[in-house]
Design a protein around this ligand. Structure first.
Ligand code: 9MG
Length: 286
């Protein structure tokens, strides 16, 4: 069911800006941090952030994800005031200058609240709304949420990732978090799920999750994946961050082929062209 009858089926309402998920879409990454693993410090001012966001929209991004706290392995947590100072001026500037929805990548309920007041239309929480007060906040704000799986926290998650069956556990965890959201009044139409590639997972765990992504797609929730420039590429191909574009495109295509609805990435143009080709093959009929 679609919550907004005026919107086409599979379109979600991101605080007044539609996000059409009837075909695979791209979420462009905009890190407003000094220390993110691949673009830390590049888009720190609202002016630079707007320039970069406009470029990503022109290249085909359907939504821009703004984050003010690095979630790379080993990253230290950021204080609330610091995170607010980083993201709110950028979201205000983007809201006025880009036509697509803006999502806020945060774990903190107070940041969710301020970001939505500033114009964000989707909450992207790598902690799946587990912080105290996050479920209530997201339910009250009335915007869609992306729930991501992470084992541990960014500070320690890559120390000893451990699962009996990574696919079973990730799917069960995300289904339980979606159920918790619905108990708090977040309708299922506003929930997206993300297996959290690189978040408390070995290379084998990441590869298994992508190999069996259909398992998550079969839950019926739109699936978001973030594989762009991640260390699993570095581990398999022994490549530094700035040489991971082509394998990142290949992984995005695989994810879309398996049913992913939204691909979070830095390199928007090549990923958009590749997934459009992939979709053309999927769509063709006699
Ligand atoms: C913030 N962030 C970094 N990597 C991510 C991923 O893979 N998925 C989502 N939803 N957010 C991410």
């Amino acid at each position: 069911m679609n919550l907004s009858p005026s919107l086409p089926e599979k379109t979600i309402d991101c605080a007044g800006k539609p996000l059409d998920l009837s075909r695979p879409r791209i979420m462009g990454v905009l890190n407003v941090t000094p220390d993110s693993f691949s673009d830390g410090g590049d888009y720190f001012t609202p002016e630079n952030a707007v320039t970069r966001a406009k470029q990503m929209v022109e290249e085909g991004a359907a939504i821009i994800d703004v984050g003010g706290e690095s979630t790379r392995p080993g990253a230290a947590a950021v204080l609330l005031e610091e995170e607010l100072q980083r993201v709110i001026p950028v979201i205000e500037a983007l809201q006025a200058s880009v036509p697509v929805p803006i999502s806020i990548d945060t774990r903190k309920p107070a940041v969710m609240q301020a970001a939505v007041a500033a114009g964000a239309g989707l909450i992207n929480d790598v902690n799946a709304l587990q912080e105290a007060g996050a479920l209530e906040m997201a339910a009250n704000l009335g915007v869609p949420v992306c729930l991501m799986h992470m084992q541990g926290s960014p500070e320690t998650m890559q120390d000893t990732p451990n699962y009996k069956n990574v696919v079973d556990e990730v799917v069960a965890y995300l289904q339980a978090r979606a159920a918790a959201c619905m108990q708090y009044g977040i309708p299922e139409e506003r929930i997206l799920l993300d297996p959290g590639f690189g978040f408390g997972k070995t290379t084998a765990h990441n590869l298994l999750l992508l190999q069996q992504l259909e398992r998550l797609v079969e839950t019926g929730f739109p699936v978001l994946v973030g594989l762009s420039r991640k260390s699993l590429i570095g581990k398999v191909l022994d490549l530094p961050v700035d040489k991971r574009v082509y394998p990142g495109v290949a992984l995005a295509v695989l994810a879309v082929w398996k049913g992913a609805a939204l691909v979070r990435c830095h390199d928007v143009r090549p990923v958009r062209e590749a997934i459009e080709m992939c979709q053309a093959v999927r769509d063709v009929s006699q």
